[in-house]
Design a protein around this ligand. Structure first.
Ligand code: GAP
Length: 440
């Protein structure tokens, strides 16, 4: 099977997972809209993450901070000064590149000697200039000095500036975590690979506040836990996941140590989540810029300190792309495409199909819809041959197909089809809810 990103993009459009933004206006670069199946899948993934963080861990609580914040926050965080990518232009064809796509050590490149990958001319690439990735905006009706701020490029800062309020209100004791899911914005120079790198995206970040000195061990714990999330909760193929450590020249301005969880996408191994030891960098900077004391008082030990922060930072859209790429399967034997989502992730859990549109079968099928729909997402389909109906749902990744036939009217049984094996078994309507619930 030749799994390409183009095939996944096409299925996503065809089945209503993901559309390019502003489609009727010719599209809007590097922004995507999530269709009916895409939003269900995205919600299923983010709910699993939220539960894993804030329900399974008693010492992690949630937060939802604003996208717009005090502009000083972005000076303190270092984003105004250091959140830059090196940009190179071609004077001939006007193409734009990230200098570090040519070489990590791009500062030693002689740009006069480099050929433009698009137009093929040499000597037309400019020297790299630093380009800040934050989107600027103005607050209030008049654009004047003092009204400028930024759309947040990460959700993390909203957690740092609220950490003492959360700690006090919830009586949290170090080590404790604060989790947040929300939009982030980056004016990426080059957006590519579908939803992998976009200008508007969602992050799922958890900041874990720890006592300095315990940070290395806690970082190792979180590395293990986060990898298990992909294996146990998202059921991702373990051979397609790996850890990669950031070298000294790749470390973000705030990090002492950083590891990426990478997935083997059709376009190669790429980062889906970062686990970072941010030390006390952020809290120190916010103390400096706000003038507030942000230390934590450890009462039992009569000790006061500025916590270190271990961060787990995942892109929800990248996680979704991982799930899509991992699930995509061309079943050549049966000439069909199947999205093999784990039933727990599937946007729709079951399709209910009357075999024919008459003889009381639609009414019986509707009774089954009424039994199942309070519990999970199910759809009703009576259009086309039963084979076509199933194949449509195979592409949508619906794990169960329920067919109501004439026998159903006599003995209250239906056939239950398994998406992956295509095997069908006859079971009673009474057993149906339990049987599906057991698998999700
Ligand atoms: N708070 C730390 C932070 O933001 P990051 O490595 O810059 O770290 C974390 O981003 C995660 O956010 C990445 O692993 C990725 O999943 C996601 N992400 C970053 N930029 C993205 C973009 N332009 N489009 C989609 N996801 C992105």
């Amino acid at each position: 099977m030749n799994k390409t990103i183009e095939k996944i993009v096409s299925l996503c459009k065809r089945r209503g997972f993901i559309f390019q933004s502003s489609d009727i206006y010719g599209g809007f670069s590097a922004v995507y809209d999530y269709g009916p199946l895409g939003i269900e899948l995205k919600n299923n993934i983010s709910q699993l993450w939220w539960k894993d963080m804030t329900q399974v861990h008693e010492n992690i609580v949630g937060l939802d901070s604003g996208i717009l914040m005090h502009p000083k926050i972005w000076e303190a965080s270092g984003h105004v000064g250091a959140f830059n990518d090196p940009l190179v232009d071609c004077k001939q064809c006007k193409s734009r590149y990230r200098a570090d796509d040519f070489s990590e050590d791009y500062s030693s490149i002689d740009w006069e000697e480099i050929q433009c990958p698009k137009c093929g001319t040499t000597g037309n690439l400019t020297s790299p200039r630093q380009f800040n990735l934050m989107f600027k905006t103005h607050v209030g009706p008049v654009e004047e000095t003092g009204t400028e701020t930024f759309l947040r490029p990460e959700t993390a800062q909203g957690i740092y500036v609220n950490y003492q309020l959360v700690q006090g209100a919830m009586r949290m004791k170090v080590p404790f975590g604060i989790a947040q899911i929300g939009k982030a914005f980056r004016n990426e120079i080059i957006a590519r690979n579908f939803i992998f790198r976009t200008r508007e995206f969602e992050q799922m970040e958890m900041q874990y506040f720890v006592k300095p000195g315990t940070d290395d061990d806690i970082m190792n714990d979180w590395k293990e836990k986060r990898l298990h999330f992909y294996l146990d909760k998202l059921s991702i193929d373990k051979n397609k996941l790996r850890y990669a450590e950031h070298g000294d020249n790749e470390l973000a301005h705030y990090a002492k140590e950083a590891w990426d969880i990478e997935y083997d996408f059709p376009f190669g191994w790429s980062e889906i989540e970062g686990i970072h030891n941010r030390t006390d960098y952020d809290l120190t900077r916010h103390e400096e810029f706000s003038g507030k004391n942000l230390t934590y008082f450890d009462q039992p030990n009569n000790d006061r300190f500025l916590p270190y922060i271990i961060e787990t930072s995942a892109g929800l859209n990248r996680m979704l792309l991982t799930v899509l790429a991992d699930a995509y399967w061309e079943d050549e034997e049966n000439n069909r495409i199947v999205m093999k989502f784990h039933p727990r992730l599937a946007p729709i859990k079951a399709v209910v199909c009357p075999l024919v549109k008459k003889d009381g079968l639609p009414e019986k099928a509707r009774e089954i819809m009424d039994i199942l729909k309070p519990h999970f997402k199910v759809i009703y389909d009576q259009q086309g041959s039963i084979g076509k109906r199933y194949y449509r749902q195979d592409e949508a990744g619906t794990p169960f197909g329920i067919t109501v036939d004439h026998q159903s009217l006599e003995d209250n049984t239906i056939t239950l089809r398994d998406r992956d094996s295509m095997k069908q078994e006859r079971i009673s309507i009474e057993q149906l809810l339990k049987s599906i619930n057991n698998s999700i």
